[in-house]
Design a protein around this ligand. Structure first.
Ligand code: GLU
Length: 435
């Protein structure tokens, strides 16, 4: 059963692991690619076993007082997948669809993502099963703080550094930083990234994931010998990643023909005015009332006649059911895990260039790394420096992955896993096994 209904709305609660189709279980989707890449790298059996296992999985109850005086208990997770290359790094999501398997997969993806862009972090992820849209600001604050204190032993600038993810943002990061600092009895800015600028956040962090998507799409177009100008882009998901990707791609001369959120999308073959759409959504809280466009479903958006498709929402959006209908030449995965393993095969047969999540959306964690570095050094960079350094890392990583893909005649996804697993494995070999 799919986690997301045809219209893109969340089912109230996603099914537990046993009822996922193998193709849609995010952890198995990650493992399918891991296995493929590990075999091609001829990874030794011992390391293969180590890298298939999450280092630490924490499940916590998060009780809070609702505003009406009742007690509600939420379930939260934090998974540290691998810390061989440095402190665990990864976001926290608040969503009804959170499961332990999803958090495990996302923590593994963070491990590979940090290795693909070669920043000195391991990978982790956290989540709380909740629907933040039904909670007041005060309830959200109590839940965030209680969750942070429940996992406080793992947190720390040298051990595990959270960041925003689905339905979390700077506000929650500020509460986590404050909660941690209150426990430590002194201010520790580097415990979390994606913070407000005023309290140790980095310039450019909010835009970083979308900027990274734009940069790798630009590289992919260059590689295919296609001009930026006139390239038609469709963006599924219009949160932080989708909206900034659309905005920056438009600024590069591309034409954004469609965007959508979980309610559905809007389409204009002549191009949308992205800043205007963003303004409309902010003011009206819906895309549906946007003038002079065709209203489309999320499924229709995926099958649109366009050049670049940016899935920037949740996992399992491109599946074996709809992959054959995709007309885009390039898919830039702004979301984590938007394509199922079976869909990968169909896309490859169609000759579609997929820029995989662990490369395409790595701009966010790259600037998180810059934020952590700035916090620890107590010296802050201007936005131009942040963006220039981000560009250098994204372009180099794209080229390294593309070279691996050419060398081994594999997809960019398998090549990205190969680059990542090879880097993590090298550190394990050097460190040896503590027993
Ligand atoms: N949640 C983002 C991701 O999935 C950012 C993680 C981070 O900056 O640590 O990549």
């Amino acid at each position: 059963m799919s986690n997301v209904t045809a219209s893109g709305h969340h089912a109230p609660i996603r099914p537990e692991r046993d009822t996922f189709l193998a193709d849609e279980n995010p952890f198995e989707a990650m493992m399918a690619r891991f296995d493929d890449a590990a075999q091609r790298l001829k990874l030794e059996p011992g390391l293969y076993k180590v890298l298939r296992s999450p280092e630490k999985q924490i499940i916590v109850s998060v009780p809070i007082l609702r505003d009406n005086g009742e007690v509600e208990v939420y379930t939260g997770y934090r998974v540290l997948y691998n810390t061989a290359r440095g402190p665990a790094k990864g976001g926290i999501r608040f969503d009804m669809g959170v499961t332990l398997d999803e958090v495990k997969a996302l923590a593994a993806w963070m491990t590979w993502k940090c290795a693909v862009v070669n920043i000195p972090f391991g990978g982790s992820k956290g989540g709380v099963i909740c629907d933040p849209s039904t909670m007041s600001n005060a309830e959200l604050e109590r839940m965030t703080r209680r969750y942070a204190s429940a996992i406080i032993e793992t947190l720390g600038p040298d051990s595990d550094v959270p960041a925003p993810d689905v339905n979390t943002n700077e506000r929650m990061m500020a509460w986590i930083m404050d909660t941690y600092s209150m426990h430590k009895r002194h201010t520790v800015t580097a415990v979390v990234t994606g913070k407000p600028i005023e309290m140790g956040g980095s310039l450019g962090r909010r835009e970083a994931t979308g900027r990274g998507c734009m940069l790798v799409t630009r590289e992919a177009l260059k590689k295919m010998g296609r001009p930026l100008k006139g390239t038609r882009v469709a963006v599924q998901g219009f949160g932080n990643v989708g909206s900034i990707s659309a905005l920056l791609m438009e600024r590069e001369g591309m034409t954004v023909v469609a965007v959508s959120d979980k309610e559905g999308g809007i389409y204009n073959p002549k191009g949308l005015n992205v800043p205007d759409v963003i303004q409309h959504l902010q003011a009206r809280k819906t895309l549906k009332t946007y003038p002079n466009v065709e209203i489309i479903t999320n499924e229709q958006l995926l099958a649109l006649d366009c050049d670049v498709l940016v899935p920037a929402a949740l996992e399992n959006v491109i599946t074996q059911e709809n992959a054959s209908r995709i007309k885009a030449k390039i898919i830039c995965e702004g979301a984590n895990g938007p394509t199922s393993a079976h869909a990968d095969k169909i896309l490859a047969e169609k000759g579609i260039l997929v820029i995989p999540d662990i490369l395409a959306n790595a701009g966010g964690v790259t600037v998180s790394y810059f934020e952590w570095v700035q916090d620890r050094g107590g010296y802050f960079w201007d936005e131009e420096t942040v963006n220039q350094r981000l560009e250098k890392i994204m372009v180099t990583s794209f080229q390294e992955v593309a070279a691996m893909a050419d060398r081994h005649s594999v997809t960019m996804r398998i090549a990205a896993y190969m680059v990542a697993i090879d880097r993590v494995a090298k550190v394990h070999r050097l460190r040896g096994m503590y027993a």
